[in-house]
Design a protein around this ligand. Sequence first.
Ligand code: MN
Length: 276
Amino acid sequence: MTVKEIAQKNPESLIGRAYTFAEQAHAGQMRKSGEPYFNHALATAETLRRWHIDEVTIAAGLLHDVVEDTAVTEENLQNAFGDEIAFLVDGVTKLSRIKYRGAEAKVENLRKMILAISQDLRVVFIKLADRLHNMKTLWALPPAKQKRIALETNEVYAALAYRLGMWEFSGELQDLAFPYIQPTEYRWLKQHVAGAYQTRRKYLELIRPMLEEKLKNAGLKPLAMDFRAKRYYSLYKKLLRYDMDIEKIYDLVALRLIFETIPECYAALGAIHQQW
Ligand code: MN
């Protein structure tokens, strides 16, 4: 169930109450992108739900901008939702005052400061979910702001997410920031990669049934088999190390097999190596 569905089905639950409270607090406010402000709060909470985080944090995600951007005070929030949620929202508000200007000698200090100010990792998760939606709607901001926020996302938040083990998410943030930080390189990459990507994907689709047959004969059944495209930003960084030559990048797109156990992985690798 999405956050919206949870709130509609059970309006008296914590998430339901936070949903109504935030929707009313942000009523009439618009984002620069032209959508209602509440969409941003909801998108943040929805990301947290997809990460399977506890409902207190999801509720705090819905409420994360009410103190900063509406008439609601910290006391109002505390009275309505208690200390824990007020603490989480306050943490997010404090983080929003820390800005990366690109001038810091050591961006590492900034990352450490963010962790210290947060006191509670849940604050960082809310901030990361908040940042994801801000990056998706970054097009609506003026260019100077776009660049600053994109740099901050890349240098500070994607790096933090990576260290928290959120590798997929970190890559997603980097890909969202990339076109704003290096627009020329991004355009070049998109143009040059598209053809190579198509060719290789077609090849993998062609060998897929052969591979399935081989695995079946070896008595192996993968839990999943899918295509994984390399992310733009990591591809770009890799190309820098390979003379910008796409032909030298072997993992532009990969066929990924997932097995239940490690011995099955090795057995599958053996079966694959017999032929390729
Ligand atoms: Mn926000």
